[in-house]
Design a protein around this ligand. Structure first.
Ligand code: DOR
Ligand code: ZN
Length: 344
């Protein structure tokens, strides 16, 4: 008999769908694996209003395959000029689930992000009052700060003071990559949670730089030293309710990655559950996978848990070298590797 694991259907608490053809190509991969997903607003131009988010949500829903039950949860891209009334009303109307803080120029399509957190202080106060969660890309952008230190410096300069100032604000420290972030989240109150990607559980910075530059292992925040990867694996599999699944799946055309200035982002949607479960198995924590994948996220956001279930079977699957995103080649995470679990 095949060994299998049946759990409550999971959600993805952080991902990028893009728009147009790419969006239509990638939505089915996520909708097959997850019931809901927090959709990042870093389109070009970014999703900054409730009206734009509602229209984007409709475009995503139109790309969900017939017969698949999937709900996109929309986010508002914060800028120096965010209209707090529109954001809070959009949240009350069920259009926005959260708002996203990109420090300006921290990553892909973040040029319109916040240039100084002081510029959105009144917006953050309104969010705290109205119960709108804040998703945070936690990296400083100062050129003199080493790229491998940007998350740790962000905690010290921006995040710790923010959480101190607004203890009522729900904060999701997204795609954490360091032991420093784990220590911060562990020590913070229940209003602070964190998502962890599959890639940061599987790879350290050697994957990007040893044996030649591998652009397909490059994302932001960039993977760090091995000790950080180990701290993340421990946090994800610890059973702590503060950590939950967020893939940060971020498709880019193969040519945009394999370029003299390769884009940041790893497309992990096709085998996300398989990838995470492999880690939980290696850590002897299969019994904690359901909480991480399907319970901690909705509880943190104050949303209902999914009622349906999914089953993963223990058998091998080799990941494709390339996926055809309606005419655009995209290299998936784990390309050419063999994973030990398969979503039924
Ligand atoms: O690697 C990343 N890719 N990190 C981000 O923060 C953005 C994302 C993207 O949109 O490609
Ligand atoms: Zn992201």
């Amino acid at each position: 008999m095949t060994e299998s694991l049946t759990i409550r259907r999971p959600d993805d608490w952080h991902l990028h769908f893009r728009d147009d053809e790419m969006m239509r190509a990638v939505v089915p991969y996520t909708a097959r694996q997850f019931a809901r997903a927090i959709v990042m607003p870093n389109l070009s131009p970014p999703v900054t209003t409730a009206a734009a988010a509602a229209a984007y949500r409709d475009r995503i829903l139109a790309a969900v395959p017939e017969g698949t039950d999937f709900t996109p949860l929309m986010t508002c891209y914060l800028t120096d000029a965010t209209n707090a009334a529109d954001l809070v009303q959009g949240h009350a109307d069920g259009v926005f689930t959260a708002a996203k803080l990109y420090p300006a120029n921290a990553t892909t399509n973040s040029a319109h992000g916040v240039t100084d957190i002081a510029n959105i202080e009144s917006v953050l106060e309104r969010m705290a009052e109205a119960g709108v969660p804040l998703c945070v890309h936690g990296e400083v952008t100062e050129s003199e700060i080493d790229v491998f230190d940007r998350e740790a410096v962000f905690i010290e300069r921006i995040l710790a003071p923010l959480v101190e100032r607004l203890p009522e604000l729900k904060v999701i420290f997204e795609h954490i990559t360091t032991e420093d972030a784990v220590q911060f989240v562990d020590a913070a109150g229940d209003n602070v949670g964190a998502t962890i990607t599959p890639q940061h559980l599987h790879i350290n910075r050697n994957a990007i730089l040893v044996g030649g530059i591998n652009p397909h292992a490059y994302c932001l925040p960039v993977a760090k030293r091995e000790k950080h990867r180990l701290a993340l694996r421990k946090a994800a599999t610890s059973g702590s309710a503060k950590y939950f699944l967020g893939t940060d799946s971020a498709p880019h055309a193969r040519g945009a990655k394999e370029s003299s200035c390769g884009c940041a982002g790893i497309f992990n949607a096709p085998y996300a559950l398989e990838s995470y479960l492999t880690v939980f198995e290696e850590e002897g924590a299969i019994d904690r996978f359901e909480a991480f994948a399907s319970e901690n996220g909705p509880r943190f956001y104050g949303l209902a848990l999914n009622e349906t279930q999914v089953t993963l079977e223990k058998r091998e699957i080799t990941v494709e070298d390339e996926i055809d995103a309606l005419g655009t080649p995209v290299v998936p995470f784990h390309a050419g590797e063999t994973l030990r679990w398969v979503l039924r």
